[in-house]
Write a protein that binds this ligand. Structure first.
Ligand SMILES: NC(=O)c1ccc[n+]([C@@H]2O[C@H](COP(=O)([O-])OP(=O)(O)OC[C@H]3O[C@@H](n4cnc5c(N)ncnc54)[C@H](OP(=O)(O)O)[C@@H]3O)[C@@H](O)[C@H]2O)c1
Length: 279
């Protein structure tokens, strides 16, 4: 399916791939484009494609990392129909963060009433994790800087600043204990889970792979969710107002370097999205 791209999210992993950071985990396949997330309008379909037609509004992903472009060709099974009420900017930024959040929540599979710690709880993935947990009735301790606390409180989470004495501050806040931890920032949080006495099979990280191997924690990410139905479900949650994905900033395709420079500060709330140039 050939898609005219109307919005394409950017993700820290794409910086990491460019910097060779994942060579042991997910070696680069060169030559390679850039960009996984996409949303846009179908402009052409192959003869064997029946589920999409020209003019359909879609969202999806490119394993070829080729979505940061005006047009992107992807197999039909990497696309879902875009719900009308899902904004383009969110639809175009939903795949990596959304499916990773979905996989991370599924990995620790919490029940209503359990207490789950989320690190980088206002980031692209963390913000969605926090809300998927809240939809399950989970008590969320959301680790983030002060600037995100009001937003996280509005989602029904209990925000906590990162920094010194975090384990002690969590124990003081969660007097009935903590049941699981989802890390979306780095290895210190995996070790924090151990320090708090959370069993390894209820610690999930989407980034600290070595720490996960070391302690036997889970490390499930976007590559474990390859079903367009999940992406559609997330887009429907957005359309129904049950999932908020703040758009921290938009850039045109020509400004892609500025977009990554902002992302690499590692203080994004929600997503940064590339849009076509005006006109
Ligand atoms: N395995 C996978 O499939 C997969 C998929 C997607 C992402 N990832 C990885 O997961 C990580 C998060 O991705 P993302 O897209 O959510 O990133 P992001 O949107 O850039 O989020 C960055 C977040 O990190 C927070 N942060 C900064 N310093 C922190 C600290 N010391 N402790 C806790 N939080 C801190 C920031 O919060 P404040 O502004 O409040 O400081 C910000 O909200 C990246 O490393 C990415 O490569 C993996």
């Amino acid at each position: 399916v050939l898609v005219k791209v109307l919005a394409a999210g950017i993700n820290p992993g794409e910086s990491g791939i460019r910097q060779g950071g994942y060579d042991n985990h997910d070696p680069d396949k060169l030559p390679q484009g850039q960009g996984t997330d996409l949303a846009g309008v179908v402009v052409a379909v192959g003869d064997d494609v029946s589920q999409f037609q020209v003019g359909d509004e879609v969202l999806g992903w490119s394993w070829e990392r080729s979505s940061h472009a005006e047009y992107c060709a992807v197999p039909a099974d990497q696309l879902a129909h875009k719900p009308e009420l899902t904004p383009w900017s969110v639809a175009g930024a939903l795949d990596v963060a959304g499916t990773t959040a979905y996989a991370a929540v599924r990995a620790v599979n919490p029940s209503a009433g359990e207490t789950v710690i989320v690190s980088a709880a206002a980031g692209g993935v963390g913000g969605i994790v926090t809300q998927l947990l809240r939809l399950r009735g989970v008590d969320v301790i959301a680790i983030a800087s002060e600037s995100n606390h009001e937003w996280l409180r509005g989602l029904g989470a209990r925000p906590l600043a990162y920094g010194d004495d975090l384990a002690a501050r969590i124990r003081a806040l969660a007097t009935n204990g903590t049941d699981a931890l989802i890390d979306t920032f780095g290895p210190d949080y995996v070790h924090l889970g151990v320090e708090l006495g959370i069993s390894a099979d209820r610690i999930e990280t989407i980034i600290a792979f070595d720490a996960a191997t070391e302690i036997g924690a889970k490390a499930e990410g976007s590559t474990t969710v390859t079903d367009p139905a999940v992406l559609f479900e997330l887009a429907e949650l957005v359309a129904r107002g049950q999932l908020e994905v703040p758009i921290a900033a938009t850039f045109t395709l020509e400004q892609v370097q500025d977009a990554y420079a902002e992302l690499e500060q590692r203080h994004t709330r929600g997503k940064i999205v590339l849009l076509p140039a005006a006109g």
